[in-house]
Design a protein around this ligand. Structure first.
Ligand SMILES: Nc1ncnc2c1ncn2[C@@H]1O[C@H](COP(=O)(O)OP(=O)(O)O)[C@@H](O)[C@H]1O
Ligand SMILES: [Mg+2]
Length: 243
């Protein structure tokens, strides 16, 4: 899988050399198709395995007592979410544009995140401050929602059970600036430059695809994403989207 540094080098080569541009574009297209096909071919049998395991568990609840049953269920669940995230990552630069209210989109994300915390009776305190009158935005609504949900999910995974998370959004001249702040474990200086690379995860059950997909999606909108953090002091992710 290409890292962001590789992608930058590749973009430079493509700008410098016409022939390289043609060949690299073709290779990228093939690579994209191959990843899609592999994900698709694995997802079909995996969905069948997952359904069969659920049926077995419903009809024979005693299997839960078997050694490794729960681990197997968790592994299958992990593989399903890995495939979903891989597809999201693979498609993150292909945008389906529409015109929508960015204020509404961010508010909806904030509400669904608050509901998910409520439904788990979580003691995490979440607040949002979303400016009104940010106007219409042209972009890929579903993918931008995914970016914000990725940031909130990471924030939730970084904080303790009584942590604090906030989401803010403002219009600054010709940019929409969205910030997701948490008072969680923070990100050390050694790894902060790697977290946007694909498959980089420091979590036991992480995929390492959330931030790399988010970066690709934001950059496909002409924007940028960055993280500021220090150990134990929490983290702020800033997404800037040009209008
Ligand atoms: N809010 C945050 N606080 C602390 N660390 C974070 C935060 N967000 C991301 N990270 C770090 O960045 C890594 C990559 O994140 P991500 O791409 O979403 O993959 P994953 O969540 O599957 O590990 C995480 O494993 C974690 O170490
Ligand atoms: Mg994540």
């Amino acid at each position: 899988m290409l890292t962001n540094i590789d992608l930058n080098k590749m973009n430079r080569l493509m700008e410098e050399n016409r022939e390289a541009k043609q060949i690299i574009s073709q290779l990228l297209e093939n690579h994209h198709t191959t990843v899609s096909m592999i994900a698709h071919e694995i997802r079909n049998p995996l969905t069948l395995v997952s359904s069969s395991l659920q049926i077995i568990e419903a009809q024979h609840p005693e299997v839960k007592e078997f050694y490794n049953w729960n681990q197997t269920m968790e592994d299958v669940h992990f593989m399903c979410s890995l495939l979903n995230e891989l597809s999201t990552f693979n498609n993150s630069s292909t945008l389906h544009y529409s015109v929508f209210s960015i204020e509404k989109l961010i508010k909806n994300v904030a509400v669904s995140f608050a509901i998910s915390l409520d439904s788990e009776n979580s003691a995490i305190r979440f607040s949002s401050k979303i400016a009104s009158g940010m106007g219409d935005y042209t972009g890929d609504k579903i993918k931008l929602e995914r970016v914000l949900l990725n940031l909130l999910k990471n924030a939730r995974e970084a904080v303790n059970s009584d942590g604090i998370i906030s989401l803010s959004a403002n219009r600054n001249n010709d940019n929409i600036v969205i910030q997701c702040t948490d008072n969680g474990c923070g990100i050390s200086a050694e790894i902060i430059n790697k977290i946007f690379d694909p498959f980089v995860t420091y979590k036991e059950n992480g995929t390492g695809l959330g931030l790399s997909s988010s970066k690709r999606i934001v950059e496909a909108h002409g924007g940028s994403i960055s993280a500021e953090s220090s150990d134990d002091k929490g983290t702020v992710f800033t997404v800037t989207l040009p209008i």
